[in-house]
Design a protein around this ligand. Structure first.
Ligand SMILES: Cc1cc2nc3c(=O)[nH]c(=O)nc-3n(C[C@H](O)[C@H](O)[C@H](O)COP(=O)(O)O)c2cc1C
Length: 199
């Protein structure tokens, strides 16, 4: 039995930040248990309070729980490589963003950014609740649009797996190692410059 590692024992920040940023990570080992609807709503509530351009709140979230009628539809949207571990999730979420402003119908250049902010809120909230919350781009957007009746003025942005953590041996063998080592980060010098672009 190999327990999921505690990311706080593997990650160090170079400057002082809240532990929460280090604690949030994207493991794959989940137990296959359900989680209460109230916990799911807490995740969405965190997303709800994200900032957005003109307070547009153009994110939308669709979800399926493993014991609900839409589970197979949502699971079937994922690439096989993601299905292999997401089958043990408690919930699967699809994140959308409206591409146009509600005020005037003009294109909103930051709809994806705003949705990303809401998604990060959700992921951080999940970390405080010791849930696995794992964002994914590996799914079929066109299939999602049709299967979930998503209108053309919404972009399909992301899927998120949510579940209770489990020992890594629930994973197919080639995934077990990935969950043993929480990822690191580039140094600030590679991502931050004072003044013009200097990378
Ligand atoms: C938009 C987005 C898409 C991602 N897509 C996938 C995916 O399809 N499958 C997967 O296993 N992980 C996916 N990830 C997880 C990343 O690989 C992970 O966030 C990254 O390696 C950093 O590790 P950490 O989240 O544990 O800190 C995705 C993450 C984001 C933010």
């Amino acid at each position: 039995m190999s327990q999921l590692p505690n990311p706080l024992e593997h990650r160090t920040a170079d400057h002082p930040i809240l532990d929460l940023f280090l604690k949030r990570w994207s493991p794959r080992a989940m137990s296959g248990e359900t989680i209460p609807d109230a916990d799911l709503m807490t995740l969405f509530e965190a997303a709800r309070w994200a900032p957005s351009t003109y307070n547009e709140q153009e994110w939308r979230f669709l979800y399926a729980t493993r014991d609900g009628e839409h589970w197979e539809t949502f699971l079937g949207l994922l690439m096989e490589a993601n299905q292999a571990w997401c089958k043990n999730a408690a919930a699967l979420i699809v994140g959308l963003s409206c591409k146009t402003f509600s005020r005037n119908g003009k294109p909103n250049p930051v709809h994806t950014l705003d949705c990303g902010m809401a998604v990060e809120n959700l992921l951080l909230q999940g970390a405080t609740m010791d849930l696995v919350c794992h964002a994914m781009a590996g799914f079929d957007r066109s299939k999602a649009r049709v299967a979930l009746n998503i209108p053309d003025d919404y972009d399909v942005e992301v899927m998120i797996a949510v579940g209770r953590p489990a020992d890594t041996d629930v994973l197919p063998e080639d995934y077990q190692e990935m969950d043993q080592q929480p990822s690191g980060r580039k140094p600030l010098s590679e991502i931050v410059a004072s003044g013009p672009f200097a990378f």
